[in-house]
Each structure stands twice: as C-alpha cells, then as structure tokens.
Design a protein around this ligand. Structure first.
Ligand code: PGA
Length: 256
C-alpha cells in the first residue's frame, strides 16, 4: 500500500511565535488521534522555524517536518542559500522541489530542479516534487504534455530504486491560492496519467507504490471528494494548512 500524505506548505507566512502556536495546536490535536497514525503528516514552515517545528512534532506518529526549497549545491559560497544537509541537520525529512512559485518567481528550470532532486536524495531526504500546468496550457489542451516534460526532464534520469523515494504533487498553477480547485475528475485524470507515465518508465511496482498528492486550493470542504479519487494519495496544502482546525480536518478526509 502506498503512503497517504498530507503536507502543509506554510509558504512565507507566520512570525515565529505564530508558527510555534500553530505547531502546538496541531500536535495537541494529533496526540491522541490514533485514527490518523498511519497517515504521513508533514509540516513545512520557513527555514528559520524548522528546528523548532521538528522538536515540537517529536513523538507524534508519522509527523514530519519539511523545507520549502533547498540549494542545488551541497555547500560553499552561495550566499543566501540553504543546503539539503542543513535541512537534515535541523530535523527536516521532506523537501518541496519545483513548487510553481519557485518556478515562476525565481525562474527555476527543470535542469536546476533535477540537480536539487539529486542533492536531496543524496542526503536521504524525501523530495516532494511539484508539477502542474498554467491556465493557458490547460486551455490549449497541453496540460498532459507540460506535466510529462516536467517529470521526464527532472526525474527520469533516476534509477528505479531512487525514483521510489520521490513523492509527486500535482498542483495546477491556476488552482494555487486562487480558490479554484481542480474538480475531482480533473485531478483523477491527471494523477492516472502520471501513474501510467511512471509505469511505462519504471514498471508497475514502482508506479503502484508512488504517492501522488493534489495541491491547489485543497481545503477542509473539498478534501473528502479529492481524496476519494483512487489515484489521489493526499494533499499538499497551502492556505488551509495555516489553521490547525482546517489542517486536521483535511487529515481526517481520507475514505475509511
Ligand atoms: P493553496 O496552495 O492550498 O493555498 O492553493 C497549495 C500550494 O501551493 O502548495
């Protein structure tokens, strides 16, 4: 059985005291919540809070900490960058790579993202690799081609044993932070396309074990419908992960 995962991408939100308050509220809610023990939960704050969030999360089953980005080099003279090794040393386990905000505002290319994937896997961290098309590309019916290229350019150099360590997040750009969610049919169609693509490259066993998350205005109201899709294995949650109540409700949204 592949992992069910709910990851909260806090983006550039929360001051330190607010971040501590949020992680406290989430951990209190999850402490005696045995029914979500099997679900992998990932809190992804800004870099300066990683250590604190990791420490506060300690002891809750399957609760991990992640980073929103990392450098594509291991170490050295790269002012302002944060390495995968540093993330690991602070207690991080997951790293988002290729979020659409990084691709568009910071002009990250498929080639750079490939290097980041290698660096993250080299530290035995888990990449949450984001893919997704713009509104224009969907309108032009090029969404499958865009996603296929993002995956093949940045991930298909991996050997199967390494690809198995990757989590994918399908996040249509037009749905991120806009309140426009993909319908469950649109999400399922793309997730199945991705799984089939992976199966062609790596075989059935790898494709079946791959967790593919949906992201883009996923919230406490629509998560149940999205998570009921057979190829949707959880969510990468932005706005709705900033409130403990909503985040925990989303964790509870998998079919039983
Ligand atoms: P959103 O963000 O849930 O606020 O749309 C999702 C994401 O960007 O990961």
């Amino acid at each position: 059985m592949r992992k069910k995962i709910v990851a909260g991408n806090w983006k550039m939100n929360k001051l330190y005291s607010e971040a501590v308050e949020l992680v406290d509220e989430i951990t209190i809610a999850l402490k005696d919540d045995t029914k979500s023990d099997e679900i992998v939960k990932v809190l992804i704050p800004s870099f300066p809070y990683l250590r604190k969030v990791a420490r506060h999360s300690h002891g809750i089953p399957n609760l991990f900490t992640g980073a929103q980005n990392c450098a594509y080099e291991e170490a050295g003279a790269y002012t302002g960058e944060v390495s995968a090794g540093m993330i690991k040393s602070l207690g991080g386990t997951y790293v988002i790579i290729g979020h659409s905000e990084r691709r568009s505002y910071f002009h990250e290319t498929n080639e750079e993202l490939k290097r980041k994937v290698n660096i993250v896997l080299g530290q035995s961290l888990t990449p949450i690799f984001c893919i997704g098309e713009s509104h224009e590309k969907r309108h032009a019916k090029e969404h499958f081609a865009v996603v296929e290229k993002q995956i093949s350019d940045s991930l298909f150099h991996l050997i199967a044993a390494d690809f198995k360590k990757v989590v994918l997040a399908y996040e249509p750009v037009w749905a991120i932070g806009t309140g426009l969610t993909a319908t469950s049919q649109q999400a399922q169609e793309m997730h199945l396309f991705i799984r089939t693509l992976v199966e062609k490259k790596y075989g059935k066993e790898v494709a079946t074990s791959l967790s593919i998350l949906y992201g883009g205005s996923c919230n406490s109201k629509n998560a149940t419908e999205l998570f009921a899709c057979p190829d949707v294995d959880g969510g990468l949650i932005g706005g709705a992960s900033l409130t403990a109540k909503d985040f925990v409700t989303i964790i509870h949204s998998f079919p039983s």
